[in-house]
Design a protein around this ligand. Structure first.
Ligand SMILES: Cc1cc2nc3c(=O)[nH]c(=O)nc-3n(C[C@H](O)[C@H](O)[C@H](O)COP(=O)(O)OP(=O)(O)OC[C@H]3O[C@@H](n4cnc5c(N)ncnc54)[C@H](O)[C@@H]3O)c2cc1C
Length: 409
């Protein structure tokens, strides 16, 4: 028998610093003790009950806030240290439950995007508030992530937007709605809103601003029921002549295309990282089960086909994490984040999570299909990741458009 090598939580990653190790240990314990059981419980509840005043969600979000991993607290770190810390922590949270890991992450997005915009007043404003990112609309999903129209059909345009802002003096006036897919949409207190801009009767992309969701004219939809990531609250936000102070602006029409690309470069890496946590959870469940279950006269880990499948699961998790960390390091240290890198990480890691969750079910056999075991939920959760933060096909087309060098045409 070959000698067994026990790997740390983040596999073959370079050794963690003392602070990173502390963060990983703390978030791992929280994920195991709180998020994993709560995620299983919320998965079985209705979406509306999941965010009702007596839902156990609120206690967990309060505990998560107590971890001190918010954007403002991490500002004293260098961009690379901050990015690594967020990735290490969020991989553990997602390993516990991806819906709840996503909930914690998305609530930081308005603060994080304010940092990208260099608007420190908004970083302070968003601190301690539950946040969300509202960019997609009922009639515009993939389109909104492509503000320069680089993947639009050659004979078409994207049509009228569902949400438009205009600037009047020192106010931004917002009208319209965002899609039912806004994560945290029905419970957030602030929204990083990305929408079209209207000037002299002409509508074009766009503006980004922080909208306090207690302003007059803001209303919200019902919590969305969906097949996976059920602990992640989602729902529409409606704007009826909502007046926002101009100081809340993150990017105006002149900077909008670059700002969306920069935002997506950041968001895609974080979604990819959540997927690594899910893939690792599926792999670990399968590995443990293979050491317990007996079939064909022996523990199934001893069957060639099971070892073979587990090895490919392990390999994929390692490859996905390595790419996510590599892209994050590049983006945090290069003069300009490389969106094509972030898209590569997002597609690779989410595809990995889906494949590894499916393989985990195969190793569990019939048990894998039942609600008694955790892997069917991981398959449902990971399926959603192929669409979240941009459908992988539309993202790949966008990534391809970023490889075209206009000087060589
Ligand atoms: C779990 C989850 C979390 C989410 N969180 C948020 C959030 O926090 N905030 C937010 O604003 N939105 C959020 N979304 C929305 C998400 O960004 C969109 O679902 C996604 O961008 C796809 O948009 P759509 O669903 O409208 O699909 P569509 O854009 O309608 O696409 C439908 C199909 O057509 C294909 N397609 C579309 N356009 C093109 C094109 N140009 N070329 C080729 N193929 C194309 C797509 O690949 C897809 O297969 C979330 C979604 C999910 C599932």
């Amino acid at each position: 028998m070959s000698s067994y090598i026990d790997l740390p939580l983040s596999g073959l990653e370079e050794p963690l610093s003392e602070m990173e190790q502390f963060v990983q240990d703390t978030t791992h314990r929280f994920a195991a003790d709180v998020l994993r059981p709560l995620g299983t419980q919320l998965d079985k509840m209705s979406a509306v009950d999941g965010v009702a005043p007596d839902s156990p969600l609120w206690g967990a979000l309060e505990q998560a806030a107590g971890l001190g991993l918010d954007v403002k607290s991490m500002l004293e770190l260098s961009p690379l240290e901050r990015e690594r810390m967020m990735l290490i922590a969020a991989e553990e949270l997602s390993w516990g439950d991806a819906g709840l890991g996503g909930m914690v992450l998305v609530s930081q997005m308005p603060g994080l995007y304010s940092v990208l915009a260099g608007n420190m007043e908004m970083v302070d404003f968003c601190h301690g508030k539950l946040g969300c990112w509202g960019i997609t609309e009922p009639d515009h999903g993939s389109d909104t992530l492509d503000p320069d129209g680089s993947i639009a059909a050659s004979d078409g345009d994207y049509g009228r937007p569902n949400c438009v802002a205009r600037i009047e003096g020192d106010k931004i006036i917002v009208n319209g709605q965002k899609s039912a897919w806004v994560s945290g949409g029905t419970i957030a207190q602030v929204c990083a809103l990305y929408c079209h801009y209207e000037e002299n009767g002409e509508v074009r992309p766009g503006v980004s601003l922080i909208v306090p969701l207690d302003l007059p004219g803001v209303s919200k939809g019902k919590a969305l029921e969906k097949v996976g990531l059920r602990a992640l609250n989602q729902g529409e936000i409606y704007f009826d002549n909502v007046e926002v102070p101009i100081s809340h602006l993150l990017a105006g029409p002149g900077q909008y295309v670059d700002f969306v690309h920069h935002t997506l470069a950041e968001a895609n890496v974080h979604v990819a990282n959540l997927a690594v946590g899910m893939a690792r959870a599926a792999y670990e469940h399968a590995l443990a089960y293979a050491h317990e279950r007996r079939a064909g006269g022996q523990k199934i880990i001893l069957h060639q086909s099971v070892k073979y499948r587990l090895f490919h699961m392990f390999r994929k998790v390692e490859a996905a994490r390595a790419l996510v960390r590599r892209v994050a390091t590049y983006n945090a240290t290069a003069p300009q984040a490389a969106l094509q890198g972030s898209i590569s990480a997002k597609i690779t890691a989410t595809q990995t999570a889906f494949e590894v969750a499916s393989d985990a079910i195969q190793i569990f056999g019939g048990n894998g299909l039942t609600k008694e075991y955790p892997v069917e939920k991981l398959l449902r959760d990971s399926r959603a990741m192929l669409i979240a933060d941009g459908c992988n096909e539309a993202l790949a087309l966008k990534g391809g458009s970023l490889l075209v060098n206009p000087d060589l045409l």
